[in-house]
Write a protein that binds this ligand. Structure first.
Ligand code: HEC
Length: 144
């Protein structure tokens, strides 16, 4: 009896772990985010940007909160706080979703936020060049 209970608990836990591992990494990801104005969507200043500084911002220093809390260590949208959000944070590692998202689109949403979602505007806490740094870090690390 005790053994059966242990097995049942183990099975339940395994199912839970598998489910939560997949939850953040949904791919393709449904996306209703507003398009950036075309003059911004077509912009790309990642050439001169600093990916190492982008990594710092993503993992630690961005205000109001480091990006990884929601977008996850692996950029897959599975960060601790992200799971509670609807819509869920963007999964940068999902090529099928990211193929339509330009560097300029990312810049626009980081700066102005995505209204009605957990994605806050960062235009007051990050300078434009810092936003390009984090865009470069994300694109060079996860976007394929
Ligand atoms: C509190 C959680 C949270 C934090 C912190 C956060 N994001 Fe997001 N982010 C989201 C959510 C939720 C979405 C999905 C918005 C939507 O569906 O329109 C999102 C979407 C995005 C997108 C997708 C834009 C698009 O057009 O699809 C980018 C790029 C992005 N975030 C970058 C960042 C960066 C860079 C940071 C750190 C400076 C950051 N986010 C911090 C929750 C967060």
């Amino acid at each position: 009896m005790k053994r059966l209970m242990t097995l049942t608990l183990l099975a339940a836990f395994t199912l839970f772990a598998v489910n939560s591992a997949q939850a953040g990494a949904e791919c393709p990801q449904p996306r209703k985010t507003k398009a950036a104005p075309s003059n911004i969507a077509g912009k790309d200043e990642t050439d001169k940007a600093d990916a190492a500084n982008g990594k710092m911002l993503y993992e630690k220093t961005a205000k109001p909160m480091a990006c990884k809390n929601c977008h996850g260590d692996k950029g897959d949208g599975a960060g601790k706080l992200g799971a509670a959000l609807k819509p869920t944070p963007r999964n940068f590692a999902c090529a099928e979703t990211m193929k339509d998202i330009s560097a300029g689109q990312m810049f626009h949403v980081i700066k102005h936020g995505s209204a009605g979602t957990g994605m806050a505007p960062h235009g007051k806490t990050l300078k434009d060049n810092e936003i390009w740094d984090v865009v470069k870090y994300i694109r060079s690390t996860w976007v394929r």
